[in-house]
Write a protein that binds this ligand. Structure first.
Ligand code: PLP
Length: 392
């Protein structure tokens, strides 16, 4: 037997379970319609919720920053890569959230890893919602803290675990603000209440909420007026802001601690300056064009209502992430394939991203989709849903 035969065996097992993934290539985008296999298809699974990724003003400011700064940052932040544009963006983000300080990261994944591993250790306990994003799961594992998983959104279970725990060190509660696969929201008032009563730190990952939730797009914390009750807020630039990268906001001492102890922060090349310029432009547009958010929510309501009327199960989602529950992996991927034949791209999601038997299509609309686009999408969902016997 060859030493890498295990790879083929594992791939074969994934194929047999219907879990094998292949990358789909987008040849032109990102906009409501993209080109795949040479054909225009309606994109219905992008996190570019506000349609900013393709905005000409973002592009123009990014190009200007390339002229001024070049393409790369040239080093890690702690050696030679801390640039004035990083400071500008961090100041802007701290102001955006009404927090003392902000710190940039190269992605939401690395932010979560860095924060959890820097703050928490063997003597500590982390309380984590069972549906938190993989980067939180991995951050918990790498931190070596004891991790107590509470049932999804179940505050009685969380309290039970908090009461039972008696750590030598610290407690930290961590939750997604908006859950990326179920499209539901963290109960922030209850979470902050429990954190206060049990003297636990509280961290909320607002990856899917920034730009979308709250009166000014400042996340679920803004929606519940609880920004000042959270110790650690993580946000990303790759979703509604249409760019790339991430950040954390919190107290001055938290940020200084992460600059000194966050390994993922310390040992990686800093975010490229043109990306910082596009995020700054995106934050400007968020303030100047609140109607983008209104248009997004109108589109979300229209599509969710349409899908539910057709008889699809949208898992009681109330946010801009609309899961369409199918169940088994084969049927789910068949649905994606048939929709694609009809020029609609809605990706099927399978384990390990979601639990066994809970495969689904992730439907996300953009502020820039037209009513005609959405009617077209609903028509195709109806057609394929009937073909596969998913709706009557
Ligand atoms: N946190 C949550 C809740 C997410 O859904 C994601 C990405 O999907 C991330 C973090 C990772 O962010 P990034 O794509 O910037 O690494």
């Amino acid at each position: 037997m060859g030493k890498i035969d295990f790879i083929e065996r594992e791939l074969q097992s994934l194929r047999e379970k219907g879990h094998y993934r292949q990358i789909r290539w987008i040849e032109e985008g990102p906009s409501p319609w993209v080109r795949m296999n040479g054909e225009k298809v309606l994109l219905l699974c992008s996190n570019n919720y506000l349609g900013l990724a393709n905005d000409p003003r973002l592009k123009e400011k990014t190009l200007r920053a390339i002229e001024e700064w070049g393409c790369g940052s040239g080093g890690s932040r702690s050696i030679s890569g801390s640039l004035a544009i990083h400071r500008l963006l961090e100041e802007r983000l701290a102001q955006f959230h009404g927090c003392e300080k902000a710190l940039l990261f190269n992605s939401g994944y690395s932010a979560n890893l860095s924060i959890l591993t820097a703050l928490m250790g063997r003597e500590d306990v982390i309380f984590s919602d069972e549906l938190n994003h993989a980067s939180i799961v991995d951050g918990c594992r790498l931190s070596r803290a004891s991790t107590q998983i509470y049932h999804h959104l179940d505050m009685d279970h969380l309290e039970f675990l908090l009461r039972k725990s008696d750590p030598k060190g610290k407690r930290l509660i961590v939750s997604d603000g908006v859950f990326s696969m179920d499209g539901d929201e963290a109960p922030l008032p209850e979470l902050t209440n429990l954190a206060r009563r049990y003297d636990a730190l509280i961290m909320v990952d607002e990856a899917h909420a920034i730009g979308v939730m709250g009166a000014k797009g400042r996340g679920t914390a803004e929606r519940f007026h609880l920004s000042n009750q959270l110790d650690i807020i993580v946000g990303t630039f790759g979703k509604a802001l249409g760019c790339f990268g991430a950040y954390v906001v919190g107290s001055r001492s938290l940020i200084e601690f992460l600059i000194n102890k966050g390994r993922v922060f310390l040992y990686t090349t800093a975010l490229p300056p043109p990306i910082c310029a596009s995020v700054l432009a995106s934050l400007d547009l968020l303030e100047e064009e609140p109607d983008r958010r209104d248009r997004l929510w109108e589109n979300v309501r229209y599509v969710r209502g349409g899908l539910e009327e057709l008889g699809f199960d949208t898992m009681k989602s109330k946010t801009h992430i609309i899961p369409v529950l199918i169940g088994e992996p084969e049927r789910t991927m068949e649905m994606t394939r048939r929709l694609l034949e009809r020029k609609v791209f809605a990706q099927g999601i399978r384990p390990p991203t979601v639990p066994e038997g809970k495969c689904r299509l992730m439907v996300t609309v953009m502020a820039t989709h037209t009513r005609k686009d959405l009617d077209f999408a609903l028509e195709q969902f109806e057609g394929v849903g009937r073909e596969l016997g998913l709706i009557g």
